[in-house]
Design a protein around this ligand. Structure first.
Ligand code: NAP
Ligand code: HSE
Length: 434
């Protein structure tokens, strides 16, 4: 018998879940016109039924027993917006075994277990959509998997973590200290009480796994992403960067050429002329370079109740349309390109390096010699005397050099008597010199 209504089991009624209920209820007529079927939230899984909520939901819809959703033959689609790996993973796998379609916003789960979940979905002719898992309200996953399907993507760069972008933007705009701004981000509810996953780059790394796997059709694993967070970035680094024409951003980078692929997340100096340099606050942006299309950029809110919920409900609309066409699960594409990870001698970048040295003759010569021996060419040098201590601060930017050369030069400099301290070093993206 043909379906008269699509019944949804919602797992989670927090920030995103609340937005999902609001959008499904508030946009009923549009959803009906687009899908031809009314959509109804049948059951909602929560931890605590008695919690005060910002939305009125009939108490009988709430449950603390996942089986009320998983075992219900009437529920066609499960929307998982609980977060975390367990028990979300087990619930999703069980739902797929029972032939239910999945919409999820869970980047932690999709970055670690995406392959397993998608294979089971394909086997059981079910859909799994996860647009909200990367960059909240920006429809970047559909763009990568559908709109770029005829092109070959060579580079994806993303500001995909709103918390760290808020912190770095404030540090840059107000000359504020990292710990000060982190405390403010926590007070405003942007950063969590334990901000480790955001500030140490793990959240962004998980999103880069999802973006690069989809964009390059190569199954990237989290441990293959080199990750460095922003907790060591100082206001002095940001000031020097600005004086040189750069903004500091926690940049996810996935790049492929004939030699292989590299994926990283690290604080990077982005030249002011690059569109990513002007992405500020909690906003996210993903820059995609395709061989045929050239440069494109997608910009928008990376989180928040309604921005995130709206892409979750758009995924739901696609599931319902696929149900009507009886094509669920057919769109799940396996990664078909061979994985060849670049080694450090194949990964090239420009670099920024800041160090403290004694203010005496011959220092520059020795440093230049180390750089030259490692085939690193200097682009700019700035010296700031620290007269009281008879020391000087040297800020160097380089032309493109391999990561291997730069790491070796750094290790050699750290051992030099004339180098009192290596203060910081960062990748550089954009700008005129190469
Ligand atoms: P949240 O506000 O913490 O809400 C989580 C909800 O799930 C709560 O309703 C909680 O129940 C319920 N829940 C959690 N664990 C449960 C369990 N074991 N059993 C039953 N219910 C459980 O989370 P959120 O911010 O909405 O995020 C949800 C997901 O969306 C996460 O994967 C997150 O990474 C992703 N996401 C969020 C945003 C955003 O802007 N927040 C943006 C993009 C992606 P109670 O209400 O009873 O505590
Ligand atoms: N913690 C994430 C961020 C939320 O700051 O961007 C959205 O995934």
């Amino acid at each position: 018998m043909e379906k008269q209504v699509i019944k949804v089991g919602l797992m989670g009624l927090g920030t995103v879940g609340t937005g999902v209920v609001r959008i499904i209820e508030g946009h009923q007529e549009d959803l009906l016109k687009q899908t031809g079927l009314p959509i109804q939230v049948e059951k909602i899984l929560v931890r605590n039924k008695d919690k005060n909520r910002s939305i009125d939901v009939p108490i009988e819809k709430l449950t603390t027993d996942a089986n009320e959703i998983l075992d219900s033959p009437e529920i066609d689609v499960v929307i998982e917006v609980m977060g975390g790996i367990h028990p979300a993973k087990e619930y999703i796998l069980t739902a797929l075994e029972k032939g239910k379609h999945i919409v999820t916003a869970n980047k932690d789960l999709m970055a670690l277990y995406g392959d397993e979940i998608l294979s089971l979905a394909k086997k059981n002719h079910c859909d799994v959509f996860y647009e909200a898992s990367v960059a909240g309200g920006i429809p970047i996953l559909r763009a990568l998997s559908e709109s770029f399907s005829s092109d070959r993507i060579t580079k994806i760069m993303g500001i995909v973590n709103g918390t760290t972008n808020f912190i770095l933007s404030k540090m840059s705009q107000e000359g504020a200290d990292y710990h000060e701004v982190l405390a403010e981000a926590q007070a405003l509810g942007y950063a969590e009480a334990d901000p480790t996953s955001d500030v140490e780059g793990l959240d962004a790394a998980r999103k880069m796994v999802i973006l690069s796997t989809l964009g390059f059709h190569i199954p990237i694993k989290l441990e293959e992403v080199s990750v460095r967070g922003i907790s060591q970035v100082t206001k002095e680094d940001i000031t020097y960067a600005k004086n040189l024409g750069y903004e500091m951003k926690l940049l996810g980078l996935a790049e492929q050429n004939g030699e292989g692929i590299e994926v990283s997340v690290e604080p990077t100096l982005v030249h002011k002329s690059h569109p990513l340099a002007s992405v500020n606050g909690v906003y996210n942006a993903v820059y995609v370079h395709g061989q045929a299309v050239g440069e494109t950029m997608f910009y928008g809110p990376g989180a928040g109740e309604l921005p995130t919920a709206t892409v979750v409900v758009s995924d739901l609309v696609t599931v319902v349309k696929n149900m009507k066409l009886q094509v669920n699960g057919l769109g799940i594409a396996s990664s078909y390109n061979e994985k060849k990870l670049k080694s450090d001698d194949q990964r090239f970048s420009k670099y920024f390096l800041r160090m403290i040295v004694p203010d005496q003759p011959g220092v520059f010569t020795q440093i230049s010699q180390i750089l030259a021996e490692n085939e690193i060419s200097l682009a700019t040098i700035l010296q700031q005397p620290k007269s009281k201590e008879k020391k000087a601060e040297i800020i160097i930017t380089t032309h493109r050099a391999s990561k291997q050369s730069f790491t070796m030069a750094l290790a050699q400099m750290e051992k030099m008597e004339i180098v009192s301290e290596i203060k910081s070093y960062y990748r550089i993206e954009g700008g005129e010199t190469e």
